[in-house]
Design a protein around this ligand. Structure first.
Ligand code: SF4
Ligand code: SF4
Length: 508
């Protein structure tokens, strides 16, 4: 590995250690916090029971209990950090209110305001401590359904789970009754179906997996196909036409089905959130809330250890695939493309690592700020918002796609912090199935010139951290018209055959 890469990765390791060390947190409530859910509160006193909660008193006596979800049910949300809310629970077992105290969810970038989140969580007001509250479960036997917020599935589901768990732990710790009187006028309309047998208390994500069964089956089959391509890569790359058709087909699937239809685009924010969640309440439930993203990450985790990050970047990343297709189309139309000089190219590589370092550093302070910098990823603009966004974001995304026609996968090579993060793990990969010949780089430069990522050194070695596993160099490896040692062998074979034909002709 290049020395600069080693230094950059060393710095990243250090930052990740700081992330994993985690910040000190305090989830203590003040009277001001509690007044958000019990406006008449005049004093609070901490209770010593099994659940950390406060007894709240008003001018006329006890009002109920107040507690923090970060203290009682700290579940990491989309940002990798829990959302802290104060919950008010009456002595009668009815929820008096829930108020958001702190969150780092990058929701603003998709047009969701703090007030939208507060309006969402206000749906808990008047519910019973025993209600099984679920986003989007209206009409499900045994559940109370509430409305979610489009585009903020993880955030809303985590808030729901966190508040529900905290309420249940306080209710059982202090023997609070289930709550019998409706707290709001519409609470009968939303009550669980009393006549129905309550379903088992399923995790929140199961409903989403059921709703997306077809997508999940298609994605699973596509991942199995990719596995087959990798296992039979030597056989496939020898059949150039078949391989190229298969590859273009796969890239189209990645862009249109995975990207535009499923919004199955991984983001550097997922990586940062994962590391933060290790210190602030890792939860499988959070990971499982977005089924397609979960499948992709699971596949990436395995494939990166086996073959490196190239499998994701070369085949499964919708933005990478879109750039690849644009660059292929440009070449088809006769655009030669422009490659930066090797010296400049190698220096520009570093940009994506610096962006990643800045993101990790920023995320230590605030995921909201990290999410702002993560706008360097044009993914959300392209595949989540479908270019329906403010003009500068759209112009940036389109520019990153268009530039690929001139300089293939420009964004991937120099800017993508996700690619940088994934290449960090590539150093631990197990297999090295990309074949090279003694003549590669000494003197042959055919593959090096053709590699769209310029991931082959002039000396012939493949730079694993940068390679996108497109297998083009493997096509060349078996190409008797292009690979010089094979060309030489072919010419000798043809000369022998000509001689044999001449002898046969002379004899007859
Ligand atoms: S470098 Fe980034 S944009 Fe390019 S393929 Fe990899 S993850 Fe996708
Ligand atoms: S041509 Fe070879 S070295 Fe270059 S990206 Fe493709 S597989 Fe990797």
């Amino acid at each position: 590995m290049h020395t600069p890469h080693r230094h950059i990765l060393g710095l990243l390791c250090l930052l990740l250690q700081i992330v994993l060390a985690g910040p000190a947190r305090s989830a203590e409530l003040t009277l001001g916090d509690v007044q958000q859910v019990f406006p008449a509160a005049v004093s609070i006193s901490a209770l010593d029971g099994k659940a950390a909660a406060y007894l709240v008193r008003g001018p006329g006596g006890t009002l109920g209990y107040a507690f923090s979800t970060e203290e009682l049910a700290p579940i990491s949300a989309y940002s990798g950090k829990p959302i802290n809310t104060v919950v008010g629970l009456g002595e009668d077992g009815l929820i008096r209110g829930v108020h958001i105290l702190h969150h780092e969810e990058p929701i603003l970038v998709i047009g969701i305001s703090d007030q939208d989140l507060q309006d969402f969580i206000d749906q808990f007001k008047g519910r019973k401590s025993t209600d099984r509250i679920r986003v989007g479960a209206r009409g499900r036997p045994g559940y109370v359904g509430i409305d979610g917020i489009s585009g903020a599935t993880i955030t809303t589901m985590v808030m729901t789970s966190s508040v529900s768990k905290a309420v249940q732990s306080v209710a059982s710790a202090y023997d609070i009754p289930a709550g019998t009187a409706p707290g709001t006028p519409d609470a009968q309309a939303q009550a669980p179906d009393a006549g129905a047998t309550p379903a088992a208390d399923e995790p929140a994500w199961t409903l989403l997996w059921q709703e997306r069964t077809v997508e999940l089956v298609v994605v699973t089959l596509a991942l199995l196909l990719l596995m087959a391509i990798l296992f039979f890569q030597d056989w496939l790359v020898e059949r150039t036409v078949l391989f190229h058709r298969l590859r273009v087909g796969y890239l189209l699937f990645t862009v249109f089905f995975l990207g535009f239809y499923c919004a199955g685009q991984l983001s550097v924010i997922n990586l940062l959130a994962f590391f933060h969640s290790l210190t602030s309440g890792f939860s499988w439930d959070t990971l499982l809330i977005e089924p397609v993203i979960f499948l992709l990450w699971a596949f990436v985790a395995v494939s990166i250890l086996l073959w490196g990050r190239g499998v994701y970047c070369g085949w499964l990343c919708p933005f990478g695939a879109a750039q690849d297709l644009i660059s292929k189309l440009a070449r088809r139309l006769g655009f030669e493309g422009y490659r930066l000089p090797q010296m400049v190219h190698e220096r520009l590589w570093a940009i994506k690592y610096f962006i990643l370092i800045a993101l990790v550093g920023l995320s230590l302070d605030s995921m909201v700020n990290a999410a702002r910098l993560a706008e360097v990823e044009p993914f959300k603009t392209t595949f989540v918002l479908h270019f329906m966004r403010e003009p500068p974001f759209v112009a940036y995304a389109l520019a990153m796609l268009a530039v690929s026609a001139i300089n293939s996968k420009f964004y991937c090579k120099y800017i993508c912090p996700l690619g940088a993060g994934l290449s960090f793990v590539t150093r631990f990969r197990i297999f090295d199935w990309l074949r090279r010949r003694r003549e590669c780089g000494k003197p042959c430069q055919a593959c090096a010139h053709q590699c769209q990522i310029a991931a082959i050194k002039p000396t012939g070695e493949i730079i694993d951290n940068e390679c996108h596993y497109c297998l083009e160099c493997q096509v060349n490896y078996w190409d008797e018209q292009l690979c010089p040692p094979l060309v030489e062998k072919r010419k000798k074979r043809e000369a022998r055959e000509r001689k044999r034909q001449e002898v046969i002709a002379t004899d007859t």
